[in-house]
Design a protein around this ligand. Sequence first.
Ligand code: ADP
Length: 545
Amino acid sequence: MENEAALFKEKLEKEISARIKAEKQIEKLKNELGKALNQKNTIIKNEPDVIFSISGKGEIITPSPPQKNKLSGHLINGEKPTIHSVFREKNASLFDNAFKKCLKKETCQFSFNQRKNGKTNYYESRLVKTGPNEVLAIVRDITPLKNSGKQLKKALKKAEEISRSKSEFLANVSHEIRTPLNAILGFSQWLFENSDQKQHREYLSTILESARNLLTLLNDLLDLSKIEAGKMEMDIHPMNYQEVINDIKLVFQEKVENKELSFNIITDASVPDNFFMDEIRFYQIIFNLVSNAVKFTKSGHIQISAHTKKSAKQNKVNLIISIEDTGIGISEKQQKNIFETFTRQDSHQNREHEGTGLGLAIVNGLLKKLNGTISLESKPEKGSMFTVTFFDVKTAPADNPRVAPPKEGTVMQLEPCKIMIVDDISYNKLVLKQIISSEQVSYIEESDGTSALAKLKTDKPDIIFMDIRMPGISGYDAAEAIKQDKDLKHIPLIAFTASTLKDHSKQIHSLFDGYLQKPVFKKDVDIILKKHLKFSYVDKKTEAG
Ligand code: ADP
């Protein structure tokens, strides 16, 4: 018996110690679990997002401790909060729909907004399926993000407005400067051509040179502002490569001869005669590069070479044109930012040359618009080579070539004709008449659209030059009336304007047959006259004008 009792006691003691051990183990586990729960709660409490589970009945199963005041101050309060007791009806149904979607697709995402303290707050909600009929919702307050987006949009709008008014201001100023420049250039040119006194001719040539420089600067500033505002539109038409290059050569002929430089043009047979291009902008790019080459070269040569490479596209080529000089060259340091605005070489030599540092930035901007690139190789004191590549240039058939250039010693003579000039500024009319300078021509001069339209009832000219900005009926309105009149619409109508706004030129294209910008140059006037009026080439001496 004693033995049995001793055995029982021993067994009991073992069981008790095992139980005590197990209880200690449980206590330890409880502690660890408590810690883990605390940690989880701390994480959830400090988490910027609101996290909660939603049951199939729409009940919100709150984490512990509950996250108060995160959504509109009343999310997750009350005994058993539900989606419908916490959110407004509209948002609650968004949650209901998302819940259903999430059970099918495992995850779902949507955004909503809710008023809080009189302000609208924006939220983004992500749902993840956590059980057969339960999802976990993570709701993030994205109000600050939304607000900064709104502020950015506002700032962008303001910046766009400023840029627009800057462009308009520049266009207006340019109009105001161009008008007097038209008179300065027109009359100086006429006096220069008709003066016999050497000294007068020298002074006049300086006036002409200065006025032309002013005009170039004005054009550069306008172009740059258009490029920067993203408003530079390209006007692509068939263009004859050789004619453009020859025109450029002609412009620099005198300077090149004075400096005793040789000017070579090398054109590979693969270069198409005609291709689709914005001729004015193409001219401007090559002109700028050649102008720099001439400006920065004292001796040696200037060379324009062109060749093509195969394009991946049918009927298209990559056109590569290099402008090479043996001038002062460009240091490696300056080469790095040479295509940025206002960069000029800071060397003693460069100070001798005039310029604003806008040319290459404009060239670069134009090339981007024309699917082109530019690169530079240069060694100081040896020379520079700028290479422009126009990608995927479409070749054009050789139709409608410009009127053949005159033979040496001949000049253009118009057949007898009548020209109407409509402009409110009288010296603009006078300048144009002096540029046309032909005794074969009789003129009808009017100062506004109304009087021009009245005159056209009885008198029909062979061509009309029409100013755009005039008091009363504008040039556009007058042009519209002319083009709607069956007796007048065939008369070539040329816009004659100092304005440079692009939206104007769109209207000009649709209403007018040509465009002559003030200040006007003889070369441009002649192109228009040759295109629209009858003429012949006569010997300089027998000229009747
Ligand atoms: P600008 O000629 O009006 O100064 P550009 O933008 O055309 O402005 O040229 C910027 C600068 O790049 C020039 O001032 C000159 O220092 C340098 N540069 C451009 N082309 C040449 C060249 N062919 N040879 C030497 N330097 C050049």
